[in-house]
Design a protein around this ligand. Structure first.
Ligand code: ADP
Length: 246
């Protein structure tokens, strides 16, 4: 993070025209992968990501199975054409790390004890990356898990906040991520009000840290509304129709 200036203009607008508290455009489509038990496609700004869930199913190799609960296996992968320069298709250190934090951010929401000796496999494939792909991936993954009918305590919504031009802003994009002062991705269970992922790249004062976390949680609540609408759309058509039925 190079701490470049002028990421916010005189009228408070960012490089992509957003204000400090604005999310990028988000669109979630549920059930896009026919062969998966559950899936979702998310467009989060210019990020385009598919999440596909398989299981609960038998564990191979068998010695990985746990007698009292299901195991969750996650793979986050960026396709070679997802960035401006060709990305090596082999899993990088960053992808291995994101796969791990993704699993840890989703596990608290899943009732894994309901499926002993089984495995749930989650694949998150980034088709186009625009900064914040781990948050967009977690958001799509939790919708895909719900679509697969996995028993869940809550949904997981994810959104980053960060610092640019010494100001705390919501949902930083690729340019802001690379040129700004800090990036804090957060995953959050909106009903249980619990944070399941908190990372920080950059330097913040204690006051800025609190402001950034509050802003990111606010963003997660906005993301949750979009996840809810997407699931309602798949299973009930739309909310108006649902209300009419009641
Ligand atoms: P996140 O996407 O969650 O913000 P990072 O902050 O680690 O994760 O990455 C930021 C961005 O850097 C990615 O969204 C992508 O645009 C870019 N990027 C990451 N890895 C590569 C790579 N191997 N080649 C080119 N660009 C990359």
């Amino acid at each position: 993070m190079s701490q470049a200036k002028n990421l916010i203009n005189g009228s408070g607008r960012r490089t992509d025209g957003r204000t400090a508290d604005e999310l990028r455009q988000i669109k979630i489509t549920v059930g896009v992968v026919k062969n998966a038990d559950g899936s979702a496609f998310i467009e989060f700004g210019r990020n385009k990501i598919v999440a596909a869930v398989y299981g609960p199913r038998e564990v191979h190799p068998k010695h990985m199975a746990l007698p009292d609960r299901c195991i969750l296996r996650c793979r986050y992968h960026m396709s070679p054409f997802s960035t401006d320069t060709r990305k090596n298709p082999a899993p990088s250190r960053r992808e291995v790390e994101i796969s791990k934090v993704m699993r840890e951010s989703l596990e608290p929401a899943l009732i894994l004890e309901d499926y002993p000796r089984a495995a749930i496999d989650l694949f998150v494939e980034v088709l186009q990356a625009d900064g914040g792909s781990r948050c967009a991936g977690i958001t799509a993954a939790s919708v895909a898990l719900a679509d697969a009918g996995i028993n869940m305590r809550d949904i997981v919504s994810a959104c980053a906040a960060g610092k640019i031009d010494n100001k705390i802003v919501l949902d930083i994009n690729d340019t802001e991520d690379k040129e700004g002062g800090a990036d804090m991705p957060v995953a959050y269970m909106p009903h249980l009000e619990q944070v399941t992922l908190l990372q920080l790249d950059g330097i913040l004062t204690p006051e800025q840290f609190n402001e950034c976390l509050d802003k990111a949680i606010g963003g997660c609540n906005m993301v949750y509304e979009i996840q809810r609408q997407a699931l309602m759309q798949k299973y009930f058509g739309n909310e108006t129709e649902l209300k009419e039925e009641q």
